[in-house]
Design a binder for this molecule. Sequence first.
Ligand code: 6GU
Length: 236
Amino acid sequence: MDFTVLTIFPEMFAPLRESILKRAGEAGHISVRLVNFREYAVSKHKNVDDVPFGGGSGMVLKPEPIYAAVRDLPPAEGRRKILLMTPQGKLFNQEMGKKLARADELVILCGHYEGYDERIRSLADEEISIGDYVLTGGELAAMVIIDAVSRHLPGVLGKADSSVDDSLTEGLLEYPQYTRPPDFEGMRVPDILLSGHHANIQRWRRKEAIRRTFLRRPDLSLTAKFCSADYELLEE
Ligand code: 6GU
């Protein structure tokens, strides 16, 4: 997957050069190209924003630099999607991350200031928000998208922790996990996990995942995928 990010703060993307995404880049599973669209500004002072027509506080991103940067992208080599990061976009979730991972190239437009000139929206295939709060800019949101999408690409995660096993792929929260020691300051690991009885452990984990989802995220429990075995499990 080739990510191209249009931003006036390319230095903000340093975190992508750590850990799993660093390895994914080195292995050629992903590439991240940062384009500073200020370089496409035409005015003497390289302005990318201006005051809003009609008045009001704050500045608005001008259309020209972003249009010029998009028009200057190399021709798409496969399926290219252009995403606009905005709190007014569709709320990002696990399923959207999985779908976006089917593209060959994602171009991510990051805004700043109070907003975008409305005409910038016509460049985008999709507008995406990462949650119902306002960030100072789209850069952190873009990194969230890059991370959540990359996890679904072949080779990025090892086989041992494939994204296929993500709890949210089933629409549920994760079951409780424990490691050694079995007794830490009187807090004991549930006996069933020490029993070695694989089938019982699987059932316990499924039940705890359902319980936790129902208690913490009742909204998710309405859309989770349940099977007939789940009903028996919950009647025990
Ligand atoms: Cl994508 N951008 C900004 N600026 N704020 C946000 C957001 C995006 N998603 C949630 N809040």
